[in-house]
Design a protein around this ligand. Sequence first.
Ligand SMILES: Cc1ncc(COP(=O)(O)O)c(C=O)c1O
Length: 437
Amino acid sequence: MTVHPPTQRELGFATRQLHGGIAPSVAEPRPRATPIYLTAGFVHEDFDQAADHFATGDGYSYTRVANPTAEAVERRVAELERGAEALLVGSGQAALAVTLLGLLSTGDHVLASASLYEGSRGFLLENLPQLGIETSFVTEANDEAVWERAVRDNTRALFVESIPNPKNDITDLAVIARVAHRHGIPLIVDNTLATPYLLRPIEHGADIVIHSASKFLAGHGSVLGGLIVDNGTFDVERSGALFPQLTRPGRLGGPSFAERTGGRARIAYLREVAALRFGPTASPINAFLINQGIETLSLRVTRQSANALGVARWLEQQPEVHSVDYSGLESSPFHGLARQYLPDGQGSVFSFTLAGGIDAARRFVNALEVFTHMTHLGDVRSLILHPTTTSHTLRSADELSQAGIWPGTLRVSIGIEDLPDLIDDLERGLGAVRTAG
Ligand SMILES: Cc1ncc(COP(=O)(O)O)c(C=O)c1O
């Protein structure tokens, strides 16, 4: 945004989450809230303006191309993530699909961390191979030499989550960014669980940040949405040959994306070709609701992280709990990285494992009254899920144990309730486990 405080001091995050991303064209009188442009398209002023729009992209024509309510979210999230430009799509899965399908071609290879959300892992394992795009998974996700050795001549993207779902096993982004840049390929980071309030991957070398906006950005659990944020530093000299779709002339011999949009070539291509053609457009109503959510992001995430730490500390002391995977705990092997990358809080999605296995997990979940039992996260309400019988059923026993997900493991997403009420609820769950024992 353009407001400058008298001191030229940069506005704080909470101020920017409220005032960033002003709707571009707003009728008089000016509404305080971002208007919902609930329309399939926009009327052209006259014959020449229509032709001008199609030639230059200026203005609006059709909501799948651009919509002012969506643009308000895009501008705000680009600003909060310290990116150059953002693109709103219909879900987090759509953000990943548009990014990878736009940037990759048959014969390309992706290098991804093994610790990933199941939907992303499934897309890499099952959908991309149908197009002749292979992925290898790195298990030692913070070892630079391992990433370096795994890069192939045809590797075109590295992909990680900043706070991986569900193990809270923090990623050393700067290390992986170094590997990516040595090879002129982008580091793509799913920042859903951290949110730009806790961590801005672009500040640590990421080139593209993606989000499931359905989670913390919205926060209310009412809508789905996804975002792609690009740092705007596509380097045609260094990487042009790796991404021919960005450097070849337009269909009738016009300028290439790189010539026309410079460092923004990647996001311009994702917006104008990939998202436009694949078509996962977010509804303007969902865009509005995501924007409303973002206005309280820092307040929610601060409280959720504090509650999560309180819950994790309490769980760690219970004899029925075998282990707690939360990087905010001093006992976590990821605590050092959490202090480096997440000094303001380690997020609120993590897992813990009950010693009593699946029977204990069943009794525990069924006894809870405050936690909601559902497959979602980042909601203001606390949520719980048993991965091995729900989200992770497509993983083999070996894959599950490699990922540290056991029959007694539960994933929680901690909300903004009063901490004593959450602890009482968890105590109720452990009570049910003890009664059975
Ligand atoms: C880390 C992460 N990325 C992406 C997604 C997919 O987002 P969506 O459900 O909005 O498609 C999820 C969903 O749980 C997620 O946890």
